[in-house]
Design a binder for this molecule. Structure first.
Ligand SMILES: NC(=O)c1ccc[n+]([C@@H]2O[C@H](COP(=O)([O-])OP(=O)(O)OC[C@H]3O[C@@H](n4cnc5c(N)ncnc54)[C@H](OP(=O)(O)O)[C@@H]3O)[C@@H](O)[C@H]2O)c1
Length: 93
């Protein structure tokens, strides 16, 4: 997350990183040779080390809050939303 991104790598911004799908994606990104984490956003874990939640995380990166400024500053190539599915009963038409 802190290093410079190589030309053949994709920088990933992950929103909803605390959840089940988010944690699985963090494991995948950590192992993938062409993916680099630009930021991992979690409202409840913002400011805390990713390594506190994932013992195998390679580095001292912190979870961040997904503000518009954070997303713009990190310049990710791709954003992944690991957010809960919205129930149809919660949507209004
Ligand atoms: N669980 C499974 O077995 C599974 C399997 C395959 C696919 N999926 C799919 O993956 C997606 C995520 O599921 P999940 O089980 O990983 O969900 P989850 O465990 O509930 O985690 C959701 C994440 O999104 C964040 N979040 C929740 N509401 C938010 C909001 N309004 N704004 C910003 N962030 C919000 C959560 O809180 P924080 O911001 O506090 O971190 C958390 O990090 C769903 O579409 C689900 O269908 C899940």
């Amino acid at each position: 997350m802190n290093g410079s991104i190589e030309e053949d790598q994709l920088g990933v911004g992950l929103i909803g990183a605390r959840g089940y799908a988010g944690r699985e994606l963090l494991h995948l990104i950590a192992r993938h040779p062409r993916l680099q984490l630009e930021f991992a956003a979690s409202r409840s874990l913002a400011g805390r080390p990713i390594g506190d939640s994932m013992s195998a995380w390679p580095g001292d990166d912190l979870f961040v809050e997904a503000t518009p400024a954070t997303v713009a500053d990190r310049d990710a190539d791709v954003l992944v939303l690991a957010l809960p599915t919205v129930s149809r009963t919660n949507t209004s038409r």
